[in-house]
Design a protein around this ligand. Sequence first.
Ligand code: SF4
Ligand code: FES
Length: 272
Amino acid sequence: MLNIEIDGKQVEVEHGATIIDAADQLGIAIPRFCYHKKLSVAANCRMCLVQVEKFNKPLPACATPVADGMKIFTRSKSAVEAQQSVMEFLLINHPLDCPICDQGGECDLQDIAMAYGAPKSRYTEEKRVVLNKNIGPLVSTDMTRCIQCTRCVRFLKEVGGMMELGLVNRGEHAEITAYVDKSVDSELSGNIIDLCPVGALTSKPFRYTARSWELTRRPSIAPHDGLGSQIEVHIKDGKVLRVLPREKETVNECWLSDRDRFSYEALTVRIG
Ligand code: SF4
Ligand code: FES
Protein backbone atom coordinates (compact mmCIF):
# COMPACT_ATOMS: atom_id res chain seq x y z
CA MET A 1 0.00 0.00 0.00
CA LEU A 2 1.09 3.58 -0.65
CA ASN A 3 0.48 6.59 1.59
CA ILE A 4 -0.28 9.85 -0.14
CA GLU A 5 -1.84 13.21 0.68
CA ILE A 6 -4.55 14.98 -1.33
CA ASP A 7 -5.60 18.49 -0.33
CA GLY A 8 -4.15 17.85 3.12
CA LYS A 9 -6.02 14.54 3.63
CA GLN A 10 -4.06 11.31 4.09
CA VAL A 11 -5.12 8.24 2.13
CA GLU A 12 -3.76 4.73 1.70
CA VAL A 13 -4.05 3.37 -1.84
CA GLU A 14 -2.98 0.24 -3.68
CA HIS A 15 0.08 0.08 -5.94
CA GLY A 16 -0.88 1.08 -9.48
CA ALA A 17 -3.74 3.38 -8.40
CA THR A 18 -3.95 6.73 -10.14
CA ILE A 19 -4.48 10.14 -8.54
CA ILE A 20 -8.12 10.15 -9.68
CA ASP A 21 -8.70 6.72 -8.03
CA ALA A 22 -7.26 8.04 -4.76
CA ALA A 23 -9.30 11.25 -4.93
CA ASP A 24 -12.50 9.27 -5.63
CA GLN A 25 -11.69 7.08 -2.62
CA LEU A 26 -11.50 10.23 -0.46
CA GLY A 27 -14.58 11.82 -2.02
CA ILE A 28 -12.52 14.71 -3.43
CA ALA A 29 -14.03 15.88 -6.72
CA ILE A 30 -11.68 16.16 -9.69
CA PRO A 31 -13.38 17.34 -12.90
CA ARG A 32 -13.20 14.88 -15.83
CA PHE A 33 -14.63 14.21 -19.27
CA CYS A 34 -12.66 11.43 -20.98
CA TYR A 35 -12.01 9.33 -17.87
CA HIS A 36 -14.51 6.59 -17.09
CA LYS A 37 -13.82 3.93 -14.48
CA LYS A 38 -14.90 1.11 -16.83
CA LEU A 39 -12.92 2.22 -19.89
CA SER A 40 -9.23 2.44 -20.78
CA VAL A 41 -7.49 5.71 -19.93
CA ALA A 42 -7.22 8.08 -22.91
CA ALA A 43 -6.15 11.23 -21.03
CA ASN A 44 -7.13 13.42 -23.95
CA CYS A 45 -9.44 16.04 -22.42
CA ARG A 46 -6.94 17.31 -19.76
CA MET A 47 -9.80 18.48 -17.55
CA CYS A 48 -8.41 16.56 -14.57
CA LEU A 49 -5.16 18.52 -14.27
CA VAL A 50 -3.90 18.81 -10.67
CA GLN A 51 -0.78 20.12 -9.00
CA VAL A 52 1.70 17.57 -7.67
CA GLU A 53 4.50 18.58 -5.30
CA LYS A 54 7.95 18.66 -6.97
CA PHE A 55 6.47 18.75 -10.50
CA ASN A 56 6.67 22.11 -12.19
CA LYS A 57 3.62 21.60 -14.42
CA PRO A 58 0.12 20.23 -13.72
CA LEU A 59 -0.43 16.49 -14.29
CA PRO A 60 -3.55 14.64 -15.52
CA ALA A 61 -4.99 12.89 -12.46
CA CYS A 62 -6.53 10.08 -14.53
CA ALA A 63 -3.22 9.02 -16.06
CA THR A 64 -0.75 9.67 -13.24
CA PRO A 65 0.00 6.70 -10.98
CA VAL A 66 0.56 7.64 -7.35
CA ALA A 67 3.93 7.20 -5.64
CA ASP A 68 4.54 6.81 -1.94
CA GLY A 69 4.62 10.17 -0.13
CA MET A 70 3.10 12.09 -3.07
CA LYS A 71 1.41 15.39 -2.18
CA ILE A 72 -1.40 16.43 -4.52
CA PHE A 73 -3.32 19.69 -4.64
CA THR A 74 -6.59 19.77 -6.59
CA ARG A 75 -7.66 23.32 -5.68
CA SER A 76 -4.33 25.18 -5.50
CA LYS A 77 -3.80 28.30 -7.63
CA SER A 78 -1.84 26.35 -10.24
CA ALA A 79 -4.43 23.52 -10.41
CA VAL A 80 -7.38 25.91 -10.65
CA GLU A 81 -5.67 27.98 -13.38
CA ALA A 82 -4.93 24.80 -15.36
CA GLN A 83 -8.54 23.59 -15.02
CA GLN A 84 -9.90 27.00 -16.06
CA SER A 85 -7.61 27.11 -19.11
CA VAL A 86 -8.67 23.64 -20.26
CA MET A 87 -12.32 24.58 -19.79
CA GLU A 88 -11.78 27.70 -21.88
CA PHE A 89 -10.23 25.63 -24.69
CA LEU A 90 -13.03 23.06 -24.57
CA LEU A 91 -15.65 25.78 -24.87
CA ILE A 92 -13.98 27.48 -27.84
CA ASN A 93 -15.77 25.26 -30.32
CA HIS A 94 -18.72 24.21 -28.21
CA PRO A 95 -21.99 25.87 -29.29
CA LEU A 96 -23.88 27.99 -26.75
CA ASP A 97 -27.08 26.06 -27.38
CA CYS A 98 -27.87 24.73 -23.89
CA PRO A 99 -31.48 26.01 -24.01
CA ILE A 100 -32.26 23.78 -27.01
CA CYS A 101 -29.93 20.90 -26.11
CA ASP A 102 -31.54 17.71 -24.86
CA GLN A 103 -28.64 17.15 -22.45
CA GLY A 104 -29.46 20.37 -20.56
CA GLY A 105 -29.78 19.74 -16.83
CA GLU A 106 -27.74 16.51 -16.92
CA CYS A 107 -24.71 17.69 -18.87
CA ASP A 108 -21.19 17.20 -17.48
CA LEU A 109 -19.88 20.07 -19.61
CA GLN A 110 -22.57 22.43 -18.33
CA ASP A 111 -21.96 21.44 -14.70
CA ILE A 112 -18.15 21.52 -14.90
CA ALA A 113 -18.20 24.83 -16.81
CA MET A 114 -20.25 26.32 -13.97
CA ALA A 115 -17.96 24.91 -11.28
CA TYR A 116 -14.52 25.22 -12.88
CA GLY A 117 -14.85 27.58 -15.86
CA ALA A 118 -14.33 31.31 -16.14
CA PRO A 119 -17.46 33.48 -15.80
CA LYS A 120 -17.22 34.78 -19.37
CA SER A 121 -15.65 33.89 -22.69
CA ARG A 122 -12.80 35.81 -24.33
CA TYR A 123 -13.32 34.00 -27.63
CA THR A 124 -14.79 36.10 -30.42
CA GLU A 125 -13.68 34.16 -33.52
CA GLU A 126 -15.95 31.84 -35.50
CA LYS A 127 -16.71 28.44 -34.01
CA ARG A 128 -16.32 25.35 -36.15
CA VAL A 129 -19.30 23.28 -37.32
CA VAL A 130 -19.28 19.48 -37.70
CA LEU A 131 -21.90 17.73 -39.81
CA ASN A 132 -24.19 15.32 -37.96
CA LYS A 133 -23.97 11.61 -38.70
CA ASN A 134 -26.89 9.22 -39.14
CA ILE A 135 -25.79 6.30 -37.00
CA GLY A 136 -29.15 4.54 -36.76
CA PRO A 137 -32.64 4.79 -35.23
CA LEU A 138 -31.62 4.97 -31.56
CA VAL A 139 -28.81 7.50 -31.17
CA SER A 140 -29.15 11.06 -32.38
CA THR A 141 -26.00 13.07 -33.17
CA ASP A 142 -25.21 16.77 -32.81
CA MET A 143 -21.54 16.53 -33.60
CA THR A 144 -20.70 20.22 -33.28
CA ARG A 145 -21.17 19.70 -29.54
CA CYS A 146 -18.61 16.86 -29.38
CA ILE A 147 -15.49 17.50 -27.29
CA GLN A 148 -13.65 14.42 -28.68
CA CYS A 149 -13.35 12.68 -25.34
CA THR A 150 -13.58 9.32 -27.25
CA ARG A 151 -15.64 7.63 -24.52
CA CYS A 152 -18.09 6.45 -27.22
CA VAL A 153 -15.27 5.07 -29.37
CA ARG A 154 -13.64 3.24 -26.47
CA PHE A 155 -16.95 1.83 -25.19
CA LEU A 156 -17.92 0.30 -28.52
CA LYS A 157 -14.46 -1.22 -28.96
CA GLU A 158 -13.75 -2.33 -25.39
CA VAL A 159 -17.20 -3.27 -24.07
CA GLY A 160 -19.33 -3.59 -27.22
CA GLY A 161 -16.57 -5.62 -28.89
CA MET A 162 -16.85 -3.91 -32.29
CA MET A 163 -15.06 -0.77 -33.40
CA GLU A 164 -18.03 1.05 -34.89
CA LEU A 165 -17.02 4.64 -34.21
CA GLY A 166 -13.65 6.30 -34.65
CA LEU A 167 -11.89 9.66 -34.46
CA VAL A 168 -10.76 10.92 -37.86
CA ASN A 169 -8.52 13.87 -38.74
CA ARG A 170 -6.45 15.91 -36.30
CA GLY A 171 -6.64 19.09 -34.22
CA GLU A 172 -9.27 21.59 -35.36
CA HIS A 173 -10.55 19.06 -37.93
CA ALA A 174 -10.88 16.08 -35.59
CA GLU A 175 -14.33 14.49 -35.57
CA ILE A 176 -16.09 11.34 -34.43
CA THR A 177 -17.65 9.31 -37.22
CA ALA A 178 -18.98 5.87 -38.02
CA TYR A 179 -16.90 3.79 -40.42
CA VAL A 180 -17.59 4.61 -44.07
CA ASP A 181 -20.98 6.07 -43.21
CA LYS A 182 -22.27 2.92 -41.53
CA SER A 183 -24.74 2.91 -38.64
CA VAL A 184 -23.84 1.76 -35.14
CA ASP A 185 -25.37 -1.71 -34.90
CA SER A 186 -24.15 -2.83 -31.47
CA GLU A 187 -26.93 -4.13 -29.22
CA LEU A 188 -25.34 -2.02 -26.48
CA SER A 189 -25.33 1.21 -28.50
CA GLY A 190 -27.58 3.12 -26.08
CA ASN A 191 -24.80 3.18 -23.51
CA ILE A 192 -22.89 5.75 -25.57
CA ILE A 193 -25.77 8.15 -24.87
CA ASP A 194 -25.12 7.82 -21.13
CA LEU A 195 -21.36 8.03 -21.60
CA CYS A 196 -21.32 11.15 -23.77
CA PRO A 197 -20.50 13.99 -21.36
CA VAL A 198 -22.13 16.59 -23.65
CA GLY A 199 -25.22 16.65 -25.87
CA ALA A 200 -23.46 15.20 -28.93
CA LEU A 201 -25.11 11.78 -28.56
CA THR A 202 -28.70 11.78 -27.32
CA SER A 203 -31.59 9.32 -27.39
CA LYS A 204 -33.68 9.57 -30.56
CA PRO A 205 -36.87 8.17 -29.00
CA PHE A 206 -36.57 10.33 -25.86
CA ARG A 207 -35.20 13.64 -27.13
CA TYR A 208 -37.40 16.70 -26.73
CA THR A 209 -40.06 14.81 -24.77
CA ALA A 210 -39.04 16.06 -21.29
CA ARG A 211 -36.35 17.83 -19.28
CA SER A 212 -34.49 15.62 -16.82
CA TRP A 213 -35.80 17.53 -13.80
CA GLU A 214 -39.43 16.90 -14.81
CA LEU A 215 -39.05 13.12 -14.54
CA THR A 216 -40.02 10.90 -11.63
CA ARG A 217 -37.56 8.03 -11.18
CA ARG A 218 -38.51 4.51 -10.09
CA PRO A 219 -36.10 1.58 -9.59
CA SER A 220 -36.92 -1.63 -11.44
CA ILE A 221 -35.49 -4.80 -13.00
CA ALA A 222 -34.94 -5.26 -16.74
CA PRO A 223 -37.57 -7.64 -18.15
CA HIS A 224 -35.78 -8.86 -21.28
CA ASP A 225 -32.08 -9.54 -20.94
CA GLY A 226 -32.32 -12.57 -18.64
CA LEU A 227 -29.70 -11.01 -16.36
CA GLY A 228 -31.97 -9.06 -14.10
CA SER A 229 -30.18 -5.82 -14.96
CA GLN A 230 -30.98 -3.00 -12.59
CA ILE A 231 -32.85 -0.19 -14.28
CA GLU A 232 -34.41 3.15 -13.47
CA VAL A 233 -37.73 4.00 -15.12
CA HIS A 234 -38.30 7.69 -15.81
CA ILE A 235 -41.93 8.82 -15.88
CA LYS A 236 -43.74 12.04 -16.66
CA ASP A 237 -47.53 12.53 -16.46
CA GLY A 238 -48.03 8.81 -15.91
CA LYS A 239 -46.12 7.86 -19.07
CA VAL A 240 -42.77 6.06 -19.22
CA LEU A 241 -40.44 8.29 -21.23
CA ARG A 242 -37.11 6.54 -20.83
CA VAL A 243 -35.25 3.74 -19.09
CA LEU A 244 -31.66 4.04 -17.86
CA PRO A 245 -29.32 1.53 -16.19
CA ARG A 246 -28.84 1.55 -12.42
CA GLU A 247 -25.36 0.66 -11.31
CA LYS A 248 -25.01 -2.89 -9.98
CA GLU A 249 -21.45 -4.12 -10.17
CA THR A 250 -22.25 -7.84 -9.89
CA VAL A 251 -25.00 -7.84 -12.54
CA ASN A 252 -24.95 -5.20 -15.25
CA GLU A 253 -22.12 -2.96 -13.91
CA CYS A 254 -23.32 0.39 -15.30
CA TRP A 255 -24.54 -0.79 -18.72
CA LEU A 256 -27.88 -1.77 -20.28
CA SER A 257 -28.81 -3.57 -23.50
CA ASP A 258 -30.72 -1.61 -26.15
CA ARG A 259 -33.60 -4.08 -25.86
CA ASP A 260 -34.18 -3.14 -22.24
CA ARG A 261 -33.35 0.52 -22.72
CA PHE A 262 -35.79 1.15 -25.55
CA SER A 263 -38.51 -1.51 -25.25
CA TYR A 264 -40.58 0.82 -23.02
CA GLU A 265 -41.84 2.30 -26.29
CA ALA A 266 -44.01 -0.81 -26.72
CA LEU A 267 -46.00 0.25 -23.63
CA THR A 268 -47.68 2.99 -25.61
CA VAL A 269 -47.86 1.43 -29.09
CA ARG A 270 -51.40 1.35 -30.45
CA ILE A 271 -52.23 -1.77 -32.43
CA GLY A 272 -54.74 -1.50 -35.25
S1 SF4 B 1 -19.62 12.06 -29.20
FE1 SF4 B 1 -19.68 12.42 -26.96
S2 SF4 B 1 -18.72 10.55 -26.08
FE2 SF4 B 1 -18.18 10.60 -28.25
S3 SF4 B 1 -16.21 11.68 -28.32
FE3 SF4 B 1 -17.79 13.23 -28.64
S4 SF4 B 1 -18.19 14.05 -26.61
FE4 SF4 B 1 -17.10 12.11 -26.31
S1 FES C 1 -10.22 13.02 -17.43
FE1 FES C 1 -8.05 13.06 -17.28
S2 FES C 1 -7.42 13.78 -19.20
FE2 FES C 1 -9.59 13.56 -19.42
